[in-house]
Design a binder for this molecule. Structure first.
Ligand code: FES
Ligand SMILES: [Fe+2]
Length: 368
């Protein structure tokens, strides 16, 4: 079983960009502390197995694809895609326990997703509706970044954009509004929705406008750690005219763009962050996309510096506690949802860092 607790298991985790899986080549990744090998057959079918041979624990990712099967290239055991050993060279009888775990795996929206819970429960309907780089409406660039930090800290960062005013003041040119005003937070069945207008701005977080506009931003942050955001500029006065309700996406006059982001816990102290970003085809071109990706590279590097440093401090702190502020509403809602779903999965572990008030709640509950 995994050594990484406190995450939802019955969820789809991004393992790779679709284009990074070459037919008949193995791909190795660790998710939630579990080594996994993924491969695509010549016919295009995806399979995922525990990356640990049942014989002597050699990684199957050093193995060879043989049609629908995968051969361990240490002593030659041959595995069916469901993880059952089909052949042991030089031995007629195959023991009943000669198998490794198999995972449900699916390709959607330019990502390869692995279901970390019981494969029998894997439901394609639960794949978050990301926008892939093959979507004809958007011109998207994409990238990824490895973190020496636990995924939870990156999720927390993405759920609280007040940090834009400080961490990204230069790169994104984010004004003080992100820290001084509160977004609207709406609980969703498997996440939270975060929405805000920034009125009368020359561009709140990326592309600048020549005239003041009202800038709208809306994202869903979904289990296990998927951010899906669109933003766009509207004529100044729109926010007020709509009484700060959401606008029509198609009515954006400029700067309509979309970003899909995924945070995948590799181990309890390492994560992989996948992101795409770019303009709607009617609002930009490849050059604008390239500029946005350059900006993203700088800005996401700023997050990485802060979060990895935060992790180092947390790790040298005995019994680390946090003190939530009003900007943590989204963070708290999401982390409670994760705890609830993780418990339903049979993972009762609490999140690693408790807030002072949560700890007090627990003490009060224990005392009563
Ligand atoms: S370790 Fe895989 S066949 Fe021996
Ligand atoms: Fe950030």
């Amino acid at each position: 079983m995994s050594s990484v607790n406190g995450y939802v298991r019955n969820a789809w985790y991004v393992a790779s960009w679709a284009q990074d899986l070459t037919p008949e080549k193995t791909f190795a990744i660790t998710i939630l502390g579990e080594p996994i090998v993924i491969w695509r057959t010549a016919g295009g079918t995806l399979y995922a197995l525990e990356d640990r041979c049942v014989h002597r624990l050699a990684p199957l990712s050093l193995g060879r694809c043989e049609g629908e099967r995968l051969r361990c290239m240490y002593h030659g055991l041959l595995f069916d895609p469901d993880g059952v050993v089909a052949e042991i060279p030089g031995q007629e009888i195959i023991p009943a326990n000669a198998r490794v775990r198999h995972y449900a795996v699916i390709e959607r929206h330019s990502w390869v997703w692995v279901w970390m819970g019981d494969a029998a429960l894997a439901d394609p309907v639960l794949v978050p509706p990301a926008v892939g780089y093959d979507d004809p409406d958007y011109i998207l660039g994409h990238g990824q970044l490895d973190y020496a930090a636990e995924a939870r800290l990156i999720n927390d960062n993405l759920l609280d954009f007040s940090h834009l005013s400080y961490v990204h003041a230069n790169s994104f040119g984010a004004g003080p509004q992100f820290a001084q005003t509160q977004p609207t937070i709406i609980p969703l069945e498997r996440g939270v929705r975060v929405q805000r207008w920034i009125a009368n701005t020359y561009g709140a977080s990326n592309r600048k406008s020549d005239v003041p506009v009202d800038s709208w931003q809306s994202y869903d942050f979904l289990v296990p750690g998927i951010l899906l955001m669109w933003s766009g500029n509207y004529p100044a006065g729109t926010a007020q005219a709509l009484n700060h309700a959401p606008p029509e996406r198609d009515a954006a006059i400029a700067g309509l763009n979309f970003t899909s982001q995924a945070v995948t816990p590799l181990t309890d102290r390492t994560s992989r962050y996948f992101f795409s970003w770019g303009p709607h085809r009617r609002h930009g071109d490849e050059a604008i996309r390239d500029g946005m990706m350059q900006l993203a590279g700088v800005a996401f590097g700023e997050d990485k510096v802060m979060i990895e440093a935060q992790q180092r401090v947390i790790d040298m702190t005995p019994d680390p506690r946090i003190m939530p502020t009003s900007h943590d509403r989204g963070v708290t809602l999401f982390n409670r949802l994760v705890q609830k779903l993780a418990r339903a999965d049979g993972d009762g572990a609490p999140v690693a860092i408790r807030s002072g008030s949560d700890a007090r709640d627990r003490q009060a509950a224990a005392a009563s």
